[in-house]
Design a protein around this ligand. Structure first.
Ligand code: C5P
Length: 234
């Protein structure tokens, strides 16, 4: 897909308050142009106003709110996110929710990403929740439904990216967290891959949190990941 390499790095602003997020964005300067705002920062004081400011300043914003509710509520929430100038918004990959999100997005520039099966779930968790499918079967089923419904992209671990790419073809975006540059501590992430391997597995965008946010020099870390992404695309 024709996405500028510099835009493929999405820095996850998993920070407790707007002051910390502003400081980090300032330190990153031109080294990052795409930011993910999740539950923590969105629900912090003035968190959504901060997301609006980022968008107004020309940055792209991925609002990771993983919506899931009755269709009418989801459609209307998605319309509001589109009005705010957000670039990506996540919803859970249930058909009714995805159809409502696609309707709410309409012809706006907002792209809807579907979360198939959370990576903290394994087959046992699915069975406990009443599913009879394995994680990988359910991921593929949901990815196929997302594509049929007209969802723009899928959030997937790099381990799932290649099989999802085969299922959905080239048009659907694949956005991949769990990235660790070689030599970086994987922390609580269990299955991590390098930026290069994620791109080679078919990811379009990489979501990176701590390897950038906890780096002594976040701009240098972001630039180095950006360089690895560009090299992997050649
Ligand atoms: O700090 P780290 O790079 O591990 O952050 C990864 C980001 O991606 C976090 O915001 C996390 O919530 C998100 N994420 C993830 N795994 C998923 C979905 C989202 O790590 N399956």
């Amino acid at each position: 897909m024709n996405i500028p390499p510099a835009e493929r790095l999405i820095v996850a602003l998993d920070l407790p308050d707007v002051t910390a997020a502003e400081k980090l964005v300032e330190r990153l300067g031109g080294a990052a142009s795409f930011y993910k705002v999740g539950y923590e920062l969105a629900l912090a004081k003035d968190g959504l106003a901060f997301a609006d400011r980022l968008a107004r300043a020309g940055k792209k914003v991925f609002l990771d709110l993983k919506l899931h509710d009755i269709g009418n509520t989801v459609s209307r929430a998605v319309e509001r996110a589109a009005e705010r100038g957000m670039t990506f918004l996540t919803v859970h990959a249930f058909p009714q929710t995805m159809r409502a999100a696609a309707a709410g997005r309409g012809k706006s520039k907002l792209k809807i990403l579907a979360v198939t099966v959370l990576t903290s779930w394994d087959d046992k968790d699915l069975a406990e929740a009443g599913y009879t499918m394995s994680v990988s079967d359910l991921v593929l089923k949901k990815a196929g439904q997302a594509k049929e419904i007209g969802i723009d992209g899928i959030v997937a671990s790099a381990a799932e990216a290649a099989m999802i790419r085969r299922r959905v073809g080239g048009e659907t975006l694949i956005v991949t967290p769990g990235i660790r540059p070689a030599g970086f501590d994987s922390g609580d992430q269990k299955r991590t891959v390098t930026p290069k391997d994620a791109i080679q597995a078919g990811a379009d965008y990489l979501v990176v949190g701590r390897p950038v946010t906890a780096a002594p020099d976040p701009a240098a870390a972001a630039k180095s990941i950006g360089g690895e992404i560009s090299a992997a695309l050649k």
